[in-house]
Design a binder for this molecule. Sequence first.
Ligand code: NAP
Length: 257
Amino acid sequence: MRVLILGGTTEASGLAHLLAADRRFETTLSLAGRTSNPRTQPVRTRIGGFGGADAMAAWLRQEAIEAAIDATHPYADQISSNAVAACGRHAIPLATIMRPAWRPGPGDQWLTVTNAEAAAEALGPEPRRVFLSLGRLELGAFASSPHHHYLARTVDPPEGIVLPANIRLIFQRGPFDEQAETALLKHERIDALVSKNSGGAATYPKIAAARQLGIPVVMIARPHKSHGHVVHNAEAAAGWLEQRLAHRIVPGSARGV
Ligand code: NAP
């Protein structure tokens, strides 16, 4: 079965590893090409946008893709909308890995806002020491609140983006651990954290560290994400593919295999 994984996440890599070991699947992993040095993957990988939903639909047909898994990040809403449209065009079954969101617990001080601009506004008029744990493309929103001192952590350096004047950058890729996150927040005397609600374990330690230190979190809410059949992790996506395989009709044969 020829499978497309839309990736750029831990779940996509996990699924690629599960399928690479299974000779019943011929898997292609698609990455947007946002990071300069993506991790090596055990399956065929294509990098870069398709050129919109129509072009993705043409690519699916050209590659004779039989099932697709959208394993993109919870905040990557455009590619998910394109995947629903493109798969729908050729009646290609689509499953979407929806990573459960984090929920505030006792001791958490979250203020939920709709986007990075609203997060900058929510930091208020008094100068604060702010940790921005966001993608590099979102940092520009904070240029309009130049009175804060920012520490931003991204995977790659931001290029072509007007940054706030008072910002320091660190380049790191998760997973992170709670002890190190607590030490970082303390050492930098951070008094506000801005984060997306990414879900998952890899980047949660900063949230736990903020709770432990009594630091408020400005949480950017998730966008609406179009989806196919919903699963919650890579293993469930592999199980869904197994079911598709069981019901698959091989052209020219009288029954499924
Ligand atoms: P997006 O806004 O949903 O997509 C913008 C465009 O990027 C899409 O229309 C598509 O271009 C291209 N694209 C996105 N994901 C792709 C993929 N897996 N393969 C091929 N093309 C893709 O996406 P985004 O928020 O910029 O995220 C880009 C990538 O980074 C995704 O793979 C996502 O999983 C990953 N990521 C995003 C975040 C985040 O916070 N947004 C965090 C961690 C990882 P065309 O229209 O030209 O096909």
